[in-house]
Design a protein around this ligand. Structure first.
Ligand code: AMP
Ligand code: FES
Ligand code: ZN
Length: 313
């Protein structure tokens, strides 16, 4: 198999694009695709400081790597979720990358700033991913705002987008479909623009980029990984893709081009400011502060209960 661009021996075959590339041409192709997405979708410019949310995994580190090589001004943000070995290993990978590339990385240990994900899950008796998603959204906004950033970039790839789109279509989640865009503009001065520059790059492509660039990333998924449903949707989409290469990209791209604007977010009142932390909120307290209050209440109840249990009878 020969490289579509330079006719040298190809290292990677991309049936979805009807192309194959050698190492150098693949890296060029990947960077150009990401650059084109950033420009076409007006995600950000080289004059802006971009906060990159890095998990230590292949996607977000590949994204950070592309942005650095393309000359964007970046800073990393890593949230230490406190999920045992997974968090310590992923933190090491993010730190290692930042040191190697001489780029700033802000680390936020949730156990110190709020509560760790496992503790939040234990006290609320809900799946860890629920508290995790809430805390990620909150700290992404808070640190972007505190650091004076106007834009936050995440490493969501095409497979993430296609799986989410499929789930939202199957359940006709109109509100989520209305927000399913690679660029989300802020609805409050304390929110920042959220962008997904890898939304057209498949998981196979980001993995190949990370591998060919020698990026050291955490391979294991979070032990609470996304619940079974997202993985199940990804599997189904991979089976369709194997029969009909390019389907994932068409599914996402055509939704954005032809259907996305048909879904309109309900006219709600714009967010107010949370009475407790001052961040935007759709109720007197923002959802993060409601979570913290719930954890605190359950903690107190448990403490009172164990005090009662230890009273001599
Ligand atoms: P996930 O929700 O785990 O699929 O991750 C999607 C994106 O969110 C990643 O590509 C990162 O950009 C970001 N992200 C996930 N976990 C973290 C974390 N612990 N710290 C900072 N960013 C994260
Ligand atoms: Fe959030 Fe696993 S629970 S990354
Ligand atoms: Zn709040």
């Amino acid at each position: 198999m020969k490289c579509t661009r330079c006719h040298a021996r190809a290292t990677i075959n991309l049936p979805s694009h009807n192309a194959a590339f050698c190492r150098a041409c693949f890296l060029l192709y990947f960077c150009r695709q990401v650059e084109r997405t950033i420009t076409k979708e007006k995600m950000f410019t080289r004059d802006e400081r971009v906060l990159v949310a890095v998990s230590g995994g292949k996607d977000s580190l590949a994204l950070w790597d592309v942005l650095i090589t393309q000359g964007y001004q970046t800073e990393g943000l890593y949230l230490d979720l406190g999920i045992d070995a997974y968090s310590s290993l992923s933190r090491q990978k993010a730190e290692h990358f930042a040191r190697l590339h001489h780029v700033p990385l802000r680390i936020v240990p949730l156990a110190e700033e709020a509560v760790s994900v496992p503790v939040a899950a234990r006290f609320t008796q809900r799946p860890p991913c629920a508290a995790c998603g809430k805390m990620k959204r909150y700290f992404f906004d808070r640190y972007a705002q505190e650091g004076g950033f106007t834009v936050l970039a995440t490493g969501h790839n095409l497979d993430d987008e296609a799986a989410r789109l499929l789930a939202n279509v199957l359940h006709w989640q109109m509100e989520y479909l209305a927000r399913e865009k690679p660029v989300l503009h802020p609805t409050h001065p304390k929110f920042v623009r959220k962008v997904r520059p890898l939304y057209r790059m498949s998981e196979l492509e980001t993995a190949a980029y990370a591998f060919l660039r020698g990026i050291d990333y955490v391979i294991d998924e979070c032990p609470h990984s996304h619940g079974a449903s997202q993985l199940f949707y990804k599997e189904i989409l991979n089976r369709i893709e194997a029969h009909m290469p390019g389907t994932k990209l068409t599914f996402v791209q055509e939704f954005l081009r032809s259907a996305q604007s048909l879904f309109v977010a309900p006219d709600g009142s714009p967010p107010q400011e949370c009475e407790s932390c001052g961040m935007p909120a759709f109720a007197p307290l923002c959802s993060f502060c409601r979570l913290m209050h719930e954890v605190e209440r359950k903690r107190r109840q448990n403490r009172d209960q164990s005090d009662t249990d230890s009273l001599p009878s």
